[in-house]
Write a protein that binds this ligand. Sequence first.
Ligand SMILES: [Zn+2]
Ligand SMILES: [Zn+2]
Length: 125
Amino acid sequence: MSEHPASTEDQLALILQKLNRLQTSVDSLRATRLQELKDMPYKDYLQTPEWKATAIRKKDSVGHSCQVCDSTEKLNTHHRTYERRGEEEDNDLLVLCANCHGLFHNKLKEEKPRTGRMSFRSGEE
Ligand SMILES: [Zn+2]
Ligand SMILES: [Zn+2]
């Protein structure tokens, strides 16, 4: 018998080992990038491909209309919380038209006059 019955298993084991190692480095790259996303200035974060993909996904999920008034014009993806920046959950975000978005931020400003970080500028999400 010239066959080596163990060789296929050995090869599989080797491939699995490689995949594991690859997964580990992917995971660590992802963790590093996530930390980067959390640490960078918020205005820079809004320019990242990660945030753009998240914002588009959210808009897709609500059918590209404002969740307050159903307008389909000038939609922004608004953060209800920045807690999970870089790995936002669906409930962390709201799709708002520019009008409602502005109202939303002004309202927050009135309710919490002491928190300067919520003041709204155009282009902010
Ligand atoms: Zn609206
Ligand atoms: Zn907002």
